[in-house]
Design a protein around this ligand. Sequence first.
Ligand code: KPL
Length: 294
Amino acid sequence: MSNPPWHILGFGVIGQLLHAGFSRSGQQCLVVSKPNQPLPAHHTVQYQNHTETFDIEVFVPGDRLIERLVVCTKSYDVTQAITAVKQALSPTAQIVIMVNGLVDSHEIAELTTGSVYWALTTEGGYRNEAHHTVHGGSGVTRLGSGSEPDWLREWQEAVPNSHWHTDIDPYRWEKLSVNAVINPLTALHQCRNGELENSELKACTQTSIDEARAVLEALGFTLQAQGFHNTCWEVIRKTGANRSSMLQDITLKRRTEISTILPPLLAVAAKHHVATPQLKNTLTAFQQRFPELC
Ligand code: KPL
């Protein structure tokens, strides 16, 4: 029997890069469109040395139930987006949620009888136009939790440098911390990720890294805390040419994911009595500057 097709919910930068990966590896991948937002017939991805165009096959509800769903919407939209396709989900659906920011696992568990997995990626990309994505830098993708699902090999064919973790939580918090450092600073200073290393911004980036590292330590994620300095600077360098997703949102005057990134991290810091003055200042500055995009 052939493998069930993948379905992508949320066709932004990550959704388009994933769709391209599944298509390039010969796997069927349908895109779930938003009501009143029709999708074009194809989209284009500009890689480092070449550009490729991919046909878009749109999911039609009622055709057949969704067995494999990858959700890459904005973090604040996940619950609503899954609720909107709930009727089309198979009772045994495998759902992979791949977003920035913290999403409430309990809320999602109530929406499905299938299995829910979490994925996070440091792949960088940005859009020149709605359906033209520039692959801004290769990264690492981590997935979990529990025992390896039967679709893992196919996923790894489509998404290079993907790793399975029986416990994904430490990596979810690590990624949240990376985004808490990079995204608001790049948005506030309107700079590419790599520019955080220039002399003017380096000091406050480093202080943010130190504070986020202390939060990871307080949460008991020792391995991630120990490596956090290197992890964060490595993401900054590898995605140096990239405009962070938050800077892209600000530029397009779209709601940002700040509410699912800094406040959850600061709440945990407060609970564990970890001082985070730099991160708090960043949040305040962000809220004052972009009140309508928070
Ligand atoms: O996740 C990202 C984002 O922009 O949201 C990083 C890894 C910082 C890449 O830009």
